[in-house]
Design a protein around this ligand. Structure first.
Ligand code: FES
Ligand code: FES
Length: 163
């Protein structure tokens, strides 16, 4: 018999009150309940990073995160980075400029991971090295691009903090 839990959280700036199955995974809450399809189901085992979202500003694999644990927290999905005035976040813009997107399956996770890393660096007032940029994206697999262009795009964004 499945049990249900009431949760309250903020997603992309909007408060939500929901009653969900206690066993529901965050990725299924995002895609199936909230209908936000930018978060991609890849390996579903914490290996590929395609399902990455931000929880209280930190990048997490939503395929390994129980949805009940989002209670009281702030969730940001790729949709939350767009505004009417700026449909593309500057990180997405850099990905386009560097030709770092092919099929796009890995891209949303990479953009959100870069956002989390960028916020961390800015808080510490540091500009990361290329090695650190590479390390920050270690948990992300891309079947198409060969990674160089992705790292170039992330580095370009992360080393130009005023963007
Ligand atoms: S789908 Fe979550 S890490 Fe691959
Ligand atoms: S662009 Fe296709 S998986 Fe990365």
């Amino acid at each position: 018999m499945s049990s249900f839990t009431k949760i309250k959280f903020n997603v992309n700036g909007q408060e939500k009150h929901l009653r969900i199955k206690s066993s529901l995974l965050l990725i299924d809450l995002i895609r199936d309940v909230l209908k936000l399809k930018g978060t991609k189901p890849g390996c579903l085992e914490g290996e590929c990073g395609a399902c990455t979202v931000l929880v209280n500003g930190a990048a997490v694999n939503s395929c390994l995160y129980l949805a009940v644990n989002i209670h009281g927290k702030e969730l940001v999905t790729i949709e939350g980075l767009s505004t009417v005035e700026h449909p593309l976040h500057p990180i997405q813009q850099k990905m386009l400029e560097h030709g770092a997107v092919q099929c796009g399956f890995c891209s949303c996770g990479i953009v959100l991971e870069t956002k989390a890393f960028s916020d961390e660096c800015r808080k510490e007032g540091k500009i990361p090295t290329r090695r650190e940029v590479k390390k920050s994206l270690e948990g992300h697999l891309c079947r198409c691009t060969g990674y160089i262009k992705i790292i170039d795009a992330a580095e370009d964004y992360l080393t130009h903090p005023s963007v």
